[in-house]
Design a protein around this ligand. Structure first.
Ligand code: GUN
Length: 294
């Protein structure tokens, strides 16, 4: 038997539709239009694609989208001044600075300058700390998407063994916290972990977020496991183009797993949908409205 393919595209479309309904409701009942500002520094092609998709999907959900494109050589002072302006702007409820930033900019200082109430990326230490403490927080979008995809297979994660491979601030660490909040038992593995195949063999839920092409092999998996592949690796093809490959050897894994996300069409689609959710939630908190139904 081969694994069920988790349709991230369909799940993300459903989530975006639910966000759009809630946006229409807060506009109608409270004259509030949630607004998202995205800041892109430089012209990294992958970042440009992400930012364009954020802009289109924000507008499609009925929200206001503010795009700020700055030259690669912008000074840290000018970038911080823009963030200050967005912090003060009442039309902006969410601020996202696309990463990675050019080398001369200090990412930590830039993230720390964002008003935590508008930090829809969940990267500000206030939000990361609140999440780690088990308090209400804006959480990073990709891990939120991973949880929603997992729950499409297992509505309750209580007592399940999960392994998160990768410990980045954007994915691995917040995912660990979100899984703990779901009462899963979590192992977090990384480049120094010993015997990854043995650690994976015990996991009901496998999250691969390493950024290494097909590092997780089919024979590492417990039969029936749910596999969420966060990897987006661009591989050159013979025709001079690139194709996307995940961190999991998909063709091997579908023979062993119970359910698996494809790349593309899995986690990637969920990140922007969850960004819309976070922007709507942030707008409701800032305006002291009840939490939205998504
Ligand atoms: N670059 C790749 N993914 C992300 C993300 O989720 N947020 C930000 N800010 N930059 C990214």
């Amino acid at each position: 038997m081969t694994a069920r393919i988790i349709d991230g595209k369909a799940i993300a479309a459903d989530l975006r539709a639910r966000v759009a309904e809630e946006v229409a409701r807060v506009k109608r009942d409270h004259s509030l239009t949630p607004g998202l500002a995205v800041v892109l520094v430089g012209n990294d092609p992958a970042s440009e694609v992400y930012v364009r998709s954020k802009h289109t999907q924000t507008q499609a959900a009925g929200m206001a989208s503010f795009e700020h494109k700055l030259p690669a050589e912008v000074s840290q002072a000018d970038l911080l001044a823009l963030i200050e302006e967005l912090n003060r702007d009442p039309a902006v409820h969410g601020i996202l600075v696309q990463l990675p930033l050019p080398k001369h900019l200090h990412t930590e200082t830039v993230i720390n300058a964002i008003d935590p109430a508008k930090d829809v990326d969940g990267l500000h230490p206030n939000n990361a700390g609140r999440l780690a403490g088990g308090f209400a927080a804006l959480s990073p979008c990709t891990p939120l998407g991973c949880i929603i995809l997992t729950k499409s297979v297992h509505p309750s994660l209580e007592g399940m063994n999960a392994i998160v491979i990768g410990r980045s601030n954007l994915v691995g660490r917040p995912l660990l916290q979100l899984l703990l909040n779901e009462n899963a038992t979590v192992t977090i593995a990384h480049s120094r972990s010993r015997d990854l195949p043995r650690l994976c063999a015990q996991a009901d839920l496998v999250y691969a977020a390493v950024g290494k092409q097909e590092i997780v092999r089919g024979n590492w998996l417990k039969p029936g496991a749910t596999v969420i592949d966060v990897g987006i690796n661009r591989i050159p093809t013979a025709e001079g183009k690139t194709r996307l490959v995940g961190d999991v050897a998909f063709q091997e894994a579908i023979e062993v797993a119970g359910a698996i996300t494809p790349v593309p069409g899995g986690v990637g689609q969920m990140t922007v949908a969850c960004l819309l959710v976070n922007t709507l939630r942030a707008a409701c908190v800032i305006h002291r409205l009840p939490a939205p139904g998504v």
